[in-house]
Design a protein around this ligand. Structure first.
Ligand SMILES: *[C@@H]1O[C@H](CO)[C@@H](O)[C@H](O)[C@H]1NC(C)=O
Ligand SMILES: *[C@@H]1O[C@H](CO)[C@@H](O)[C@H](O)[C@H]1NC(C)=O
Length: 401
């Protein structure tokens, strides 16, 4: 994404005004409902699959259909993974004579409507990809700048359920100028379409995204490495207060199953995305998924934390060097907790009730979500665990007195 570096630099000035703005105008209680995008979607973070992380531009309708089939046959769809999202490179470089986007004939010969019908027949939803510029990031297909209304109507007529909207090859104007045009177009297109803002966090979209979309990327693209994953988790955490049912911070799609990290690192990836109420969009080849990857992304108890109806994003509540405690409230006075060891040595980590919003004298039942065990002693005041290097523990805590 060549454009993004330039925008990032110019944004260092904006960052000051953005954050000052935040201090003076953000009042979570008063804006919590009023500023939501009124399409009724995203009461919990979206779950599904996206083609980009594994396939990049090498996609076709066969892969998309087989992925839909695989989401069903693996049982992932039943766990909530419903969106089948096509990323960049699905269209011809030229629009037709009416100005309509044309599905690429060599790779999507049946067209997107037929694909949507297929995906819907399985009880799943179809997502697509566009760009708030003249061309998408691949430069292999047109963007929607100047065609927003027409493209939104096209998507609605095809039966599209989700639009990821990228930020490449623009006219240089701010995302806050270009994105609302597509919001308006989608809202009058006659079909509820989840709107995923993908301007990579350049203009702090957490501060304005909830009025325009159902999720907003807070970071640049993820890569399948520990450094990339963990730095996106950090960048996304800063905006925790802005996530809420209807609109979510998005640290980018999952890399679990793509091979660049250890199993423990992928467990961290899934745990932190879940507790951060991030979209859970699988990014590997679901048609050829390993037992290990399935074990991670099908953990029902971790998914339940992500999909909890309270919809509050966790924060880092304590950091000591490489040791971190992440926690956030769940419904029914429960608390989700991650103990994260980013360092090179196996070390004990302690979470104190003081730090995680549990009254100090409360006795707590702890459920270990990766061991699938309710721990025997009750805990008072703190919970400690020894955690391997680049590994984590994840719990749900329930005060009982
Ligand atoms: C399936 O995955 C295995 C490793 O997990 C890999 O070696 C193989 O090439 C994959 N097959 C396809 C068709 O992608
Ligand atoms: C944790 O709490 C227990 C009492 O429940 C106490 O004995 C222990 O010292 C505490 N641990 C730390 C590290 O504060």
């Amino acid at each position: 994404m060549e454009g993004s570096v330039v925008v990032w630099l110019t944004c260092s000035l904006l960052a000051i005004s953005c954050s000052v703005n935040a201090v003076y105008t953000y009042d979570p209680k008063s804006i919590r409902r009023r500023n939501l995008l009124a399409n009724g979607l995203a009461s919990t973070p979206p779950m599904g699959w996206n083609s980009w992380n594994h396939f990049n531009c090498m996609i076709d309708e066969k892969i998309i259909k087989e992925t839909a089939d695989a989401l069903i046959s693996t049982g992932l769809a039943k766990l909530g993974y419903k969106y089948v999202n096509i990323d960049d490179c699905w269209a011809e470089i030229y629009r037709d004579e009416k100005g309509t986007l044309v599905p690429k004939k060599s790779t999507f010969p049946s067209g997107i409507k037929a694909l949507a019908d297929y995906v819907h027949s399985k009880g799943l939803k179809l997502g697509i990809y566009g760009d708030a510029g003249y061309y998408t990031c691949s430069k292999k297909m047109p963007g929607s700048l100047g065609h927003e209304e027409h493209d939104a109507k096209t998507y609605a007529s095809w039966g599209i359920d989700y639009l990821k909207y990228d930020n490449c090859n623009t006219d240089g104007s701010k995302p806050t100028i270009r994105y609302p045009v597509m919001t308006k177009a989608l809202m009058s297109a006659g079909r509820p379409i989840f709107f995923s803002l993908c301007e990579w966090g350049d203009m702090h979209p957490a501060l304005w995204g909830s009025k325009l979309g159902n999720s907003w990327r807070t970071t640049n693209d993820i890569a399948d490495t520990w450094e990339s994953m963990i730095s996106r988790a950090d960048e996304n955490e800063v905006y925790a207060d802005y996530a809420r049912p209807g609109g979510w911070n998005d640290p980018d799609m999952l890399e679990i199953g793509n091979g660049g990290m250890t199993k423990d690192e992928y467990i961290i990836h899934f745990s932190i995305w879940a507790i951060s109420k991030a979209p859970l969009l699988i990014g590997c080849d679901v048609r050829n998924i390993t037992k290990e990857t399935m074990e991670i992304i099908s953990n029902k108890e971790v998914i339940a934390v992500n999909q909890d109806k309270l919809g509050v994003q966790a924060k880092k509540v304590r950091m000591e060097g490489n040791l971190e405690v992440w926690a956030g409230p769940l419904s029914d006075y429960r608390v989700a907790l991650v103990l994260l060891n980013r360092g090179p040595d196996r070390t004990a980590i302690t979470a104190y009730w003081d730090d995680i919003g549990i009254p100090p004298k409360s006795s707590v039942v702890a459920r270990d979500l990766w061991e699938h065990k309710t721990l025997e002693p009750r805990f008072v005041g703190n919970l400690s665990a020894t955690v391997d290097s680049h590994a984590c523990k994840m719990y749900v805590l329930k005060p009982v007195s």
